[in-house]
Ligand binder design. Structure first.
Ligand code: BTN
Length: 328
């Protein structure tokens, strides 16, 4: 039934503003008219609105404000995504779910999304608030068989790919705050990335790239603890977004970025994207490391994606991980 719902919705998406006739749908999908009506009724109950165009059929005029498996699938098909993508209503953490699936031999790449996460996690053991529907909680799983050092710029590259995608699609320039935050033009955190890997002696066997992206609604509607600093894509774009369309296109863009990464073609685009989206260069920062915090002025990143700091005006410090706070 899910496949039939997705095919029905795909026909509506392809038709755009043109009405779709129930008879034609039934013929094209090889099912009875009664079966089509029954599915449309079920979709209506899930928040879809089909508006009648007399004697010509129906138009799809409203879609749910949360991720819906059939609509997401229809958008993924429209975007030509072949990689398996599964939307779970709920899970602990999509990164954990992807790791469990890799551990039992699932073929990669694949993607897991959740409507909500009960134990969404961020970097440095932090919690990622994940109880709002309509946001993206996504993990992509890969089996790279690449040496660990070659994966160092990977998260930055995926973040840049997300920023480039949003700029191309919505004309909004997001910022990348090394190493894993994505900010709206007014400096609110709209997305965070968490890459986790399982290594053996000389290669990365399993790699999970997790991203939480606040898609719909206003920052004021976010969890109380984060509402002062968090942003949403919808607020940054200033127009109503369909979370299913956005999710599918983000997945397509990130899978493409992964292909570029494995083929090595990412290097061509990295610098120019970095120059566009980096928000730290030239800024005075404090980097919290395990030991003592380091204060300095950011002087870009090196080939491996490590942050370069000018400390005390002269000394050059290279930082491969840490938490950056901007100083006034
Ligand atoms: C951060 O900013 O600290 C990283 C946040 C990463 C959150 C995403 S949501 C999907 C995936 N599953 C998780 O548990 N975490 C990542």
């Amino acid at each position: 039934m899910a496949a039939l719902d997705s095919s029905i919705l795909l026909a509506f998406l392809r038709a755009g503003d043109e009405p779709v006739s129930g008879d034609r749908l039934a013929r094209e999908l090889g099912v009875s008219r009664v079966a089509v009506w029954a599915r449309l009724e079920k979709l209506r109950k899930a928040g879809f609105v089909f508006t009648a165009a007399p004697r010509r059929g129906y138009r799809l005029t409203a879609t749910p404000r949360q991720l819906d498996p059939a609509l997401l699938d229809a958008h993924l098909r429209l975007a030509g995504v072949q990689t398996p993508v599964e939307l779970l209503p709920e899970c602990d953490s999509t990164n954990s779910e992807a790791e469990r699936r890799l551990a039992v031999g699932a073929e990669a790449p694949f993607a897991v999304l959740a409507g909500r996460q009960t134990a969404g996690r961020g970097r440095l053991g932090r919690r990622w608030h994940s109880d709002r529907a309509g946001h993206l909680y996504l993990s992509l799983a890969f089996r790279p068989f690449l040496p660990p050092e070659s994966l160092r710029p990977f998260t930055l590259w995926m973040g840049l790919a997300l920023c480039a995608h949003v700029e191309e699609r919505h004309g909004v320039r997001l910022g990348l705050k090394w190493p894993n935050d994505i900010l709206t033009p007014d400096g609110r955190k709209v997305a965070g990335m968490l890459t986790e890997a399982r290594l053996d002696a000389d290669s990365v066997r399993e790699l999970v790239f997790g991203v939480g992206l606040n898609l719909v609604g206003r920052p004021q509607e976010m969890a109380e603890e984060v509402r002062q600093i968090a942003g949403t894509l919808e607020a940054a774009v200033g127009a109503r977004l369909d979370p299913n369309r956005e999710a599918a296109l983000v997945i397509a863009a990130l899978l493409h970025a992964w292909e570029q990464f494995t083929e090595g073609t990412w290097r061509r685009a990295f610098r120019s994207r970095w120059q566009k989206h980096d928000v730290l260069s030239g800024r005075s920062v404090r980097v919290g490391l395990r030991g003592k915090p380091l204060a300095g002025v950011v002087d870009g990143i090196d080939e491996e994606g490590s942050l370069i700091l000018r400390v005390g005006g002269r000394r050059r410090a290279v930082v491969s991980s840490g938490e950056v706070t901007l100083r006034r």
